[in-house]
Structures are given as C-alpha cells and as structure tokens.
Write a protein that binds this ligand. Structure first.
Ligand code: GLU
Length: 459
C-alpha cells in the first residue's frame, strides 16, 4: 500500500480502531479481523484495466496509446470518476485518484463508488479529428465495463463536455436500445448534460472556503471560542474580515471559483492574484475577474501575458513570473491547477494562512505534514472540489428521469448537499486534533466500513 491516499486511509482506520463507536457490535478478535479486511478492501482497487488504444491518426500514422480505467470500489454504487488526458498519466496516479473518488463520494453521501480513467497523451498535440478517434477508441476498448449502472466516467484534466458527448455517442452506437444518458456525465446541456455542471466544481470550491471561514465561523463563534484552539482562532480572526485571495490556475475550475469570489456580495474578499501556465497577474486592490474571464474565453484559455494583452483586456495588473503566485503574502491560496504543486522544495516559501485544494492532490505528503506542523489550515480536495461529482450525480438522475432542473435548482441542491457534509465535518474538525483532511477521511472510511459490515462483507 504505497500511494498517498492509501496511506491516509490506513492512518484513518488506525484512528478509528481506537474509537468505541467503530463497529460496536464486534468484540476483540472479530473486530481485529474486520479491521484487517477493511484495510485490504479500501487500499486495493477492485480492477485495474489497461489497454493500448490503436488509433489511426489523420496524418496516416497509427499510434498505440496507453489508456486506463481503474475501478476502485463500488460498495456505495456504480464506479464514478473522470477521464484524464495528460502526458504524465500513469497507473499509480490513476489508482490513487480512483481511491480518492471512493472517499469523496462517501464523504458527500453520493451513491457512487470510485473510479478514474486516463489516457497518456498531451491533448494539445492532437487535432480535433484525432481526439475524436481517441475518445471513441477509449469507449470501444472499455465498453464492456462502463455503463449507467456500472461505471460512469466524467471529465477531468484535459477533457470536457466535447469529449463526453463523443464518448456517450459511441456508447450509444455500441449498445443500441440501451439507456445511454447516464453512461457519461459532464456532457453538454444540448446532449443531456446538466445546467451548472461546467462551473459546479469551481463554485463548490469557493463555497467550501466561504462557508468554513465566514458562514460557519460567524454562526458558531461562541462555540469556537470555547474550543480555544489554534484551528478555531484561525477562523475567528478571519471570519468578519475582508480577505485577500490568490488563485493558481485559471481554467474551468479556477476561473469559476475566482469569479464567484469576485461576485460574492455576502463577504467582501478581494482576488488579488491569478495565474496560469504562463504568468501571474497581481493587483493589490483586486483584479477585474469578469474582464479576465472574457479575455481567456477569446484567447484559448490563456490570461493576458504582456502589457499589450493587458491593455486589450482592459485590465490593470502587474505581470509576475508564473510560480510567484505560490509565495504571495495573501490570506488564502487556492491551488486549482495540477497535482504536486507544493512540495518539499518550495513548501517553506508559502506565506498564505489558508490553502484550498481545488485540484486533486496539489500538495505532496511532505508538504501536507509540514503545514500541519505549522498549523496552517489546508482545506482538502476531497472536501472542496466535490461540486463536480455532486452535479454529475444530479445529471445522472436527470438523465434517468429525462426531467431537467433549472440552473438555480442545481446550485440550490449542490450547496445543500455540501452544507450537509460541512455540518458533520466542521464540528468534528474543530474539536479534534486531526487535520481537516484526516477528519474527512475518517468520516468517509467510517461510512464505507459501516456499509461493508452491514452487507456482510467484513469477516
Ligand atoms: N473529475 C472530477 C473529480 O475528480 C469529477 C468526477 C465526476 O464528475 O465523476 O471529482
């Protein structure tokens, strides 16, 4: 059991073992046995599927492209998780991300298991026709193991609604007459997708931050004062302040989160910096996020990177080096780009008081432990970036019923579901000695254990 998620699962199970409310019906030896089966069930994926897609490219070459679909656990429902197109995709990473999905859906009470897919390509190096061929080959190779009640893929890094539409189209051709709307989520609205799905992850990221630091802290301030802990003091010192925020990553998730922060009238926070693969843009009294969103929409997703482009966007900002965003002296740093952005070589330079993980796994284990020692608050991926999979669940329900919600209804349900999770997790976090990540993992593992036990799957 090597991976990062597996290690935290093991640690969380260890903490649960000492808790009398964990498998209370079992006595000494039986309980120990159940505990060992739990560790092996949750730390090993059920299936690791790997294929070499044979794709005939438009230039006449035929490429063999490695592709994965890992199905980690389906005790709570069909496997669920995105398909990533990235040149660094590898088996360990897909396994790790699939186990994170099992824990994420369990934490938020979404009736799905955990899965993840990946294709080892840099999508920017392929034209539209070739990407279409890769997508349909992916479905052909894995068509036997995916489906609305088996395993439901969705977008992830490097994929979006265009790819999901293509994939669902191929699934439909392979399985004529079968239900197909629920075979993929994150589709375009025209093709049976849900309103609000494309911004749901980003909105959920900002909502998690706002709810924890402002709303929860405001309502619970006297209870938090009684806790008299450094965790509680961090939020008590911030909840009624106007905070400075920086967003690393201005793609689909980062831009939606930054826009929500900019537009939120409930609290008066300022987005002082955003970055992408080229630059960091900084402005002490706040950036014009709607203007930047408009610019990126018209420029293949890139932020302005020169004075001329800033002028064209009508945005005032200082242009800094791409990675400078990580070291700015801000209240909260949102990591909404890729994994492993903060590691042992740069963790000591991070000045932000709060770090929010919008991407999956942007902080390495070492950096996470270091921040825990430093008492820096880290809001983990499993908690904050679940907006996507939650709205995927709504999309799946809508597809089954062929009845569609309005966008307001989608967001009302999303916030309600996330709030339900927060109201379980935050009181536990502020009254225990664990990190917020560990608190979430314990919550997920407890839920999974209870369901496994009640289904007679722990011996
Ligand atoms: N790829 C997203 C995630 O990591 C969404 C998954 C989904 O909607 O199934 O949570």
């Amino acid at each position: 059991m090597e991976s990062r998620t597996a290690k935290i699962v093991q640690d969380s199970l260890n903490s649960l073992f000492d808790d009398a409310s964990f498998l209370p019906d079992l006595y000494k030896e039986q309980r120990e046995k159940a505990f060992h089966s739990l560790v092996s069930i949750l730390s090993t994926p059920n299936h690791v599927n790997k294929s070499y897609l044979r794709v005939a490219l438009e230039n006449g070459n035929v490429e063999r492209i490695p592709a994965y679909r890992v199905q980690h656990n389906n005790i709570l429902g069909p496997y669920k998780g995105g398909i990533r197109f990235h040149e660094s995709v590898n088996e360990d990473e897909v396994v790790n991300l699939s186990s994170l999905m099992t824990l994420k859906t369990a934490l938020h009470n979404v009736p799905f298991g955990g899965g993840k897919g990946g294709v080892v390509i840099n999508p920017k190096e392929y034209n539209k026709k070739d990407l279409h061929s890769i997508c349909i080959k992916y479905v052909q190779y894995f068509s036997g193991i995916i489906g609305p009640n088996k395993d439901i893929p969705a977008p992830d890094v490097g994929t979006g609604e265009r790819e999901m539409d293509w994939m669902m189209g191929e699934f439909k051709s392979i399985h004529p007459g079968r239900d197909y709307l629920g075979s993929f989520t994150g589709k375009s609205v025209e093709n049976g997708g849900s309103l609000g799905r494309s911004t749901s992850t980003g909105k959920g990221v900002y909502f998690t931050f706002r709810y924890m630091i402002h709303d929860f802290a405001e309502v619970q301030k006297s209870w938090l004062k009684d806790q008299n802990s450094s965790k509680a003091n961090t939020v008590l010192n911030m909840y009624d302040q106007s905070l400075t925020l920086a967003f690393q990553g201005f793609g689909n998730v980062g831009s939606a989160a930054a826009l929500d922060a900019y537009q939120c009238s409930k609290v008066n926070n300022k987005v002082v910096a955003v970055s992408d693969r080229n630059v960091t843009l900084y402005k002490e009294d706040g950036l014009d996020i709607p203007a930047l969103v408009k610019f990126t929409d018209n420029n293949e997703g890139d932020l302005p990177k020169t004075k001329e482009e800033l002028k064209e966007a009508d945005v005032h900002a200082e242009i800094l080096e791409r990675d400078e965003i990580l070291y700015l002296d801000v209240d909260a740093l949102f990591l909404v780009a890729l994994e492993n952005q903060i590691h042992k070589n740069n963790m000591k330079n991070v000045k932000a008081k709060i770090i929010v993980e919008g991407a999956n796994g942007p902080i390495t284990n070492e950096a996470d432990n270091y921040f825990a020692e430093q008492k820096k608050l880290v809001i983990p991926d499993i908690l904050s970036n679940a907006g996507g999979v939650i709205v995927s669940y709504f999309e799946w329900i809508q597809g089954k019923e062929t009845q569609f919600f309005t966008e307001d209804e989608v967001f009302r349900r999303l916030y309600k579901k996330m709030q339900h999770t927060f109201d379980h997790v935050f009181p536990a976090f502020f009254s225990n000695s664990h990190s917020l990540r560990r608190t979430c993992y314990i919550h997920s593992v407890l839920k999974l254990s209870t369901v496994l036990y009640r289904q007679g799957k722990l011996y």
